[in-house]
Design a binder for this molecule. Structure first.
Ligand SMILES: Cc1cc2nc3c(=O)[nH]c(=O)nc-3n(C[C@H](O)[C@H](O)[C@H](O)COP(=O)(O)O)c2cc1C
Length: 335
């Protein structure tokens, strides 16, 4: 599929996630095969106000390309000014958030509130498209609630307003992140517009992604929560799509991935902030491993990187040792 001049065959994208998809997480996902990455959503008003905290969210590294800066806001004029400033930062495309369900975003008329006001959604998209030389994409949901699904109207508006692609989180605003996504809408949207469609929502296994691609003919998929603590889902999915098989990461690979991610976090944020903000990733990376809650509690006490590295080495070496004993026993039993 194409986003402007960017061509990617069936992209497996990393979803924008507030406080998660910072430079270090995006890089670790890129290194595991993510084709497209986005910043977390960034408040257009904060960009205009020149807020340092907001502006810092637009930072990215060249290895992340192609990357989109995602903007949100309720006011077409503010979105236009923010789009102008975001374009100067030099991303590959801009994405407009029309799906965030969080109350304070919606109450301010942004994110999913636009699902209830399609003329304003259209004005916002047009104002961004008219001000930037970059391709503009849109990310949205099926509709406000199950009684008011309007994704077919939205898709037409998005296309006519000049957007280059549309990502659909196949839930409504009222579902939040709960309930089963309804992917059947993807096929209907595909039949009604010609811009590329990226499907999103609970895509947590290569098998599920393959089935979705085959049944809906969507142009790409976007993975969010399933990549937290498991960035290898991108390479697993690619392997499964190409060869029909994939493997689980070895203990060694798990360890090297956590260490690499942690090192990137420290590199981009400094040691103290990098270590503190990395704490939210321990649960995901250690999920399903023996005594993981105990080791997580220990890791949470550190504010420097050195003891974390040491603790992780000792922990993963002990798991590897147990695994090799179990394997040896297994081999003996088999003989
Ligand atoms: C912690 C968190 C933060 C999120 N922040 C954003 C965001 O900044 N912009 C956005 O478009 N969607 C955001 N989302 C929604 C995701 O991009 C995605 O649409 C949603 O999680 C469904 O995909 P998944 O089931 O693969 O996680 C967020 C989701 C989570 C869990």
């Amino acid at each position: 599929m194409n986003i402007g001049k960017i061509h990617i065959d069936t992209p497996i994208a990393l979803a924008p996630m507030e406080s998660i998809t910072d430079v270090s997480f995006r890089l670790i996902c890129k290194e595991h095969g993510a084709d497209l990455v986005y910043t977390e959503f960034i408040n257009s008003e904060g960009i205009i106000r020149n807020s340092n905290k907001t502006l810092s969210k637009m930072t990215f590294s060249p290895q992340e390309r192609p990357i989109g800066i995602q903007l949100y806001g309720s006011n077409p004029e503010s979105m236009q000014r923010a789009a102008h400033l975001a374009t100067e930062v030099g991303p590959d495309f801009l994405d407009i958030n029309c799906g965030c369900w969080v109350r304070n975003v919606v109450n301010n008329g942004a994110g999913a509130d636009l699902l209830r006001d399609l003329p304003r959604m259209e004005r916002i998209i047009k104002s961004v498209v008219s001000t930037t030389s970059l391709p503009v994409t849109v990310k949205t949901r099926l509709g406000w609630d199950l009684q008011s699904i309007n994704i077919l109207d939205i898709a037409k508006i998005v296309e006519q307003a000049g957007a280059a692609a549309l990502t659909i989180h196949c839930r409504t605003r009222s579902q939040g992140h709960k309930g089963d996504p309804d992917y059947s809408w993807i096929k209907l949207v595909k039949n009604s517009v010609s811009i590329p469609i990226i499907a999103n929502g609970s895509l947590h296994s290569p098998q599920k992604i393959k089935l979705l691609l085959e049944t809906t003919h969507c142009d790409g998929v976007m993975i969010g929560r399933a990549a937290i603590g498991a960035p290898w889902i991108f390479s697993q999915t690619k392997n499964f799509l190409s060869y029909g098989t994939f493997s689980e990461p070895s203990i060694k690979h798990r360890l090297s991935t956590i260490l690499r991610h942690l090192q990137l976090a420290v590199e981009y944020k400094g040691e103290y902030r990098g270590v503190i903000e990395f704490r939210k990733f321990y649960a995901g990376y250690l999920k399903g491993l023996p005594n993981s809650s105990k080791i997580r509690q220990v890791l949470m006490t550190f504010v420097e990187i050195a003891p974390i590295i040491e603790t992780l080495h000792i922990y993963f070496e002990s798991i590897a040792a147990v695994e090799s004993i179990e394997n040896a026993h297994g081999q003996v039993r088999c003989r």
